[in-house]
Every structure is written in structure tokens, then in C-alpha cells.
Design a protein around this ligand. Sequence first.
Ligand SMILES: [Zn+2]
Length: 280
Amino acid sequence: MIGLELPDVAHWSDRVVVALGQNPSTFTGPGTNTYLVGTGARRILLDTGSGEPAYLPVLEQALGERGCEIQEIVLTHGHPDHIGGVPALRERFGDLRVSKLPWPEVDAHYDVPIEPIDHGAVVRTEGATLRAVHTPGHAPDHLCFLLEEERSLFSGDNVLGVGTTVIPPGTGDLGQYLDSLERLLEERPSRIYPAHGPLIEDGPGKLREYLDHRLERERQVLAILERGAASLDAIVAEIYAAYPKRLRAAAAQQMTQHLRKLEAEGRVAGSGDPASWSLA
Ligand SMILES: [Zn+2]
């Protein structure tokens, strides 16, 4: 997503305005998409960026263009580039309600009172009904939101406008992530509004592409191990042979997630340090 540029404010539908979080980076691409959702004088703000000072004027521009205020804040998850903007927003706009699925040890890093919501929760405003879908894998507290009036989907970090989702070591879980993608596919969303990158017009097509990408990686790992035991480095070197070497560390992280998933399923086993992986 490096080099991809998006406008600061864009109107992606009659009910959805995006304001860019002003936090571009290797991990966030053009920055976090924060969304004003609804059609009335008070709208839901979905995600808040990382707290960059340059974000407030951009959000105020978006509010001005639609002549609306913020009704409340809803968060897809507790990663810093989604929750980080909350304190400044509450300072500027007053004690807005902030709803998310709790992840106490992470939420505690922010001075934010959390209104707990979970799978199936509905948040309403004029012209918009958001229904939460628990989608762990990228983060344990991750919620996606279906916008019922459009049957569109706010995918958070589960599906991105460009590139693939990172499953972080430690707190991420690839098996859960793939289950989450399947659950979203069952909802047959129309378009997808991702937390990073451009609008996705073909929601089901993109979800299938994401699932196929991961299953293809899994097939590649298993094909290598069918020829004999291999280390993580050897697996990564073969699968990512065509990619620049600087991406190898990130590739190794994602490959570790694949091996852990296959291990949990009893299909591969690792032993030694560094581990040698083989078919179980
Ligand atoms: Zn995230």
C-alpha cells in the first residue's frame, strides 16, 4: 500500500463519508479510514485513526460538508490506529459514547470508557443500522459491521483495499481469521468499506480472493513438507523466492501462523530449535 494516495474526505455513498486518519505508514498504507455513517444531523463515527493532530481538521471538514455532528463513536478493534484518536475527539466534541468489544489489557492503554458490545449488537442512527459481526483472527476483539440499508460491510482490518491482512504474532490466530472470512462471506455483503485503502465494489469476490490466497499458501507449505522436513527459513525462502528479501521477516511471521494453524489441526509437527517442520 506504500505510495497509494486517497483524498482526505470522500463521499462513498449517500450514507458513508470517509475521513482519512492522516497516519500513513508501511502498516496503515494511506492511513486509517474513519467513517461517518448515516444520513441525519448526528452520525456514527466508525474508528478514529491514531490521534494525529492533522486528523481533527479533516474530520471537521467532513462534518461540515454533510452539516452533521458526531452521535457516538464505534470501534472495529483496539489497535492504536483505530482507537488512538478517541481521547482527542472526546476533548474536542465532549464525552461521546465509545462502543467496542472489550479487550481489557489493550483498552487499558487509553483513557477511554468503553461501552461493551459484542456479536449481534446493533447501533442505530438516522438512515443507518450497523450490526456487529465478531471476526477474531487479526485481533481477538475485532468486530466488522454490516450496514443493513446497503447490505455493505465495514471490514475493519479483516479485509483491506490493497494487500493482505497481517495476522500478528502472539495475539493473531490464522485459523480464527479464516473462519471469520467464511462468516463474512455467508453474509453476502455488497461492497466493502475497509479500514485501509480504497472502496471494494465486489465484496464476495474479495473475500473469496482472500480465502484462496491463504489456502494457496497452505497448499504450498504442505507440498514442500511432502518432500521432507524443512525449517521455517527454508519454507519462506522457497515460497517467497520471487519477493524482495526485505519482506522475508514479515513473510516468516505469516508463515509461522500457517504452521501453527496446521499444527493445531494435527497436520504438521515441529520439533527442535529452530524448529524442523514435517508432515504429522
Ligand atoms: Zn488492526
